[in-house]
Design a protein around this ligand. Structure first.
Ligand code: GUN
Ligand code: ZN
Length: 435
């Protein structure tokens, strides 16, 4: 029988756990001259190249990368594919930005051909940036989700998406009803959830655009199927938070609106959480809900500075989100670069191994996918990236001065972007190769 085994030789780094819990040295695994062995889409071995090669067949296919670092594929825990074409829209904070730019862009997804075209551009862009798994917003149109999942299925990617539920405070052309939002979501769940590596996320846009009836329907869907995600926005902008208080006077704040409708849980992911109080943090931790930290978006829309140390104190699961199109880059490396600055502005340091964790295993844990993806443990799915230490003249020159792995990693995360992604693999298949 023909062997399906392939091996990749380079420096290899992955995350073993949260540095906040394990300490930095125990939080990662590194092989200076490493070998990653892939068999039938899964990782079958990881270790020192010279040791592993002794026990492998002599004719094994080995691809060697010079001046490169293999890491797990990046995980983006919050992004909007329909906003690809309106990234970098000028001048507004959240609520005006939604009205002036976002809603008009999302309206175009009534056309399935447009949805197919943007899905393809979007997934190509994710893979060019080394992102292999993402939690993705569609639009209110079910066809937006059909287009996205079809495109992701063709590339055999582990992806999560859902149709937006939105039945008030938005243009009429972009609203569903509590009833139709429920029925359309249900049909999409039946069609896509658990197919290949795809999962469905029940996706109420945010509290202001759903009636209590619709939030109740969302909670009901989560009860009816196993393994569904719940994906929404939370406490991003001060005006937004005041609006939620006006719309839901009976509830005790923003998170409590979701809690009241049974939307918290281990597969619930809330984007932003920039302005959370201690009680809200406690409740997120208690319910094992996760937060997506979206630094480029929080800076671009002037939303505020995310308090990561507070999340660590409360032991809340956190992943990174680009939040394109409010976010300004598809690159998780650039997202880390901005996260570092957000921490600096609060007098805190973001260690590069913590950043590695957030970008990979931490994101996987936030999505309850750490058995499948997020590190390079044998048995995991072979979703990984090859990063180029020499991706620009400046990076190459700076790397030549860098002494430790920690320093090289920090430079990669500060100067790196899509140009630093040499190759991206999903289920052991090359899905993007530079040049
Ligand atoms: N809150 C509600 N909808 C959105 C959106 O599309 N982007 C962001 N950043 N925040 C939101
Ligand atoms: Zn968002």
């Amino acid at each position: 029988t023909q062997s399906t085994i392939k091996a990749y030789r380079a420096a290899i780094l992955d995350s073993l756990g949260d540095p906040a819990e394990l300490g930095i040295p125990e939080s990662y695994r590194y092989f200076e001259d490493g070998l990653l062995v892939v068999d039938n889409g899964q990782i079958s071995a990881l270790g020192n190249a010279t040791d592993l090669l002794k026990d492998l067949p002599a004719d094994i296919d080995v691809t060697e990368y010079k001046d490169a670092l293999i890491t797990p594929g990046f995980i983006d825990t919050h992004i909007h594919y329909p906003q690809t074409g309106m990234i970098a829209s000028y001048g507004e904070q959240l609520l005006d930005w939604l009205e002036n730019y976002t809603f008009p862009a999302e309206h175009k997804f009534i056309d399935p051909a447009h949805a197919e075209e943007v899905s393809d551009i979007f997934l190509t862009e994710l893979l060019r940036n080394g992102t292999t798994t993402a939690l993705v917003f569609g639009t209110v149109h079910p066809q937006s989700v059909d287009a996205f999942f079809s495109c992701a299925e063709k590339r055999n990617l582990r992806m999560i998406c859902g149709k937006v539920m939105m039945d008030r405070n938005a243009p009429e052309t972009l609203t569903d009803t509590a009833e139709s939002g429920y029925e359309e979501s249900k049909a999409l769940i039946e069609r896509w959830h658990g197919k290949g590596r795809l999962h469905y996320a029940v996706t109420p846009r945010f509290a202001p655009t759903s009636t209590p009836e619709q939030l109740t329907a969302a909670g009901q869907l989560l009860q009816e199927y196993d393994g569904l995600y719940m994906h929404t926005h939370l406490s991003e902008n001060k005006n937004e938070i005041e609006w939620v208080k006006e719309l839901f006077p009976e509830q005790n704040g923003y998170l409590d609106v979701y809690d009241h409708h049974n939307l918290l849980g281990e597969r619930s992911v809330f984007a932003h959480g920039v302005h959370l109080c201690d009680d809200e943090c406690k409740r997120l931790a208690e319910t094992d809900s996760a937060i997506a930290f979206c630094p480029t978006s929080n800076l671009f829309l002037g939303s505020g500075l995310f308090n990561l140390p507070k999340m660590e104190q409360h032991k809340i699961k956190v992943g990174l989100g680009t939040d394109v199109g409010a976010g300004t880059s598809f690159s998780i490396l650039q997202t880390i670069n901005e996260a570092y600055k957000v921490m600096q502005l609060q007098g805190e340091k973001l260690n590069p191994f913590k950043s590695l964790y957030l970008a990979t295993l931490g994101g996987a844990k936030a999505l309850q996918l750490d058995e499948q993806v997020g590190n390079l443990e044998p048995g995991s799915e072979a979703d990984f990236v090859v990063l180029d230490y020499n991706s620009t003249p400046l990076m190459g020159y700076r790397m030549a001065q860098a002494k430790s792995l920690e320093e090289r990693l920090f430079v990669m995360m500060t100067l790196g972007d899509d140009r630093a992604v040499k190759e991206t693999f999903a289920m052991g298949q090359s899905v993007f190769k530079r040049d």
